[in-house]
Structure formats: C-alpha cells, structure tokens
Design a protein around this ligand. Structure first.
Ligand code: ZN
Length: 132
C-alpha cells in the first residue's frame, strides 16, 4: 500500500501554504487588519472576521501543546511508534503535526520544536517538527 493515497490535496485556499513548504517556508495567513495569525487556512480572520489577509513566512518554531504516541498505525507504511502532536507555534496558532527524529519517550509538553520540511513528492512537502 502506498502512503500517497493519504497525501494532502491543495485547494485554492491552501495552495499558498503548500507552495511555501515546497520552497522552504512555513507560511501562515496573517490578517491585514488586526495582525493576527491563523491556522488552518480560513477565508475570514479568526480574531476579527476581516476578509483581508496575506500569506507570511512564520518562524517554524514553537512548543508542544499536546501529543500522543501511536503504537498501532492506520496503514502499514506508517512505522510505529510515532508521535502525533499539537504544536503551539511562536506566532500563536496550534498546528497538528508529527514529531520526528526524537525518541517518543523523550517527547514532553512544552518541549521546544522546529519544523523539518520533508518532501513527499514534487508537489507536496510535509511539515513534521523535531526537537529545537
Ligand atoms: Zn484580524
């Protein structure tokens, strides 16, 4: 079984994010009116409901807000155990991701992490995080 059947499918709204990861940036939407950052992609600001925004490069850094270790993967191509986490980005939004290159036993709440952009194919670059 090929893991690509689970690959993200960019939409017109999320395409700038995927263009960013492919070119080395973790981009988030930032509101033109209040400056608030948001994730996941939305058509309106989650702080002030403004429809005006730009895609800006975020720091790619944050800390672990919550996590779980998966021991029974949903597909055989996912090698368990692995860590799924919610990372609180330094810009504020929460991002669901994976933690890689770290032993699952050492992962902890508030652990500092940074994005490790990882190409899946020529169009999709995934955004797992690793220890900072
Ligand atoms: Zn706003």
């Amino acid at each position: 079984m090929d893991a690509h059947f689970l690959a993200p499918q960019p939409t017109p709204l999320s395409a700038p994010f995927w263009e960013g990861t492919r070119t080395g940036e973790l981009r988030l939407q930032q509101c033109d009116d209040c400056g608030g950052w948001r994730w996941t992609p939305q058509i309106l600001c989650t702080h002030c409901y403004s429809p005006h925004f730009g895609w800006e490069a975020a720091s790619g850094r944050g800390k672990i807000y919550s996590f779980t270790t998966v021991h029974r993967p949903p597909v055989p191509t996912f090698i368990a155990p692995y860590v799924v986490a919610v990372v609180e980005l330094d810009e504020g939004p929460l991002m669901l991701t994976r933690i890689v290159d770290v032993s699952p036993e050492t992962v902890a709440i508030d652990m500092r992490v940074k994005v490790k952009l990882t190409p899946l194919d020529e169009t999709i670059t995934l955004y797992p995080f690793t220890a900072d």
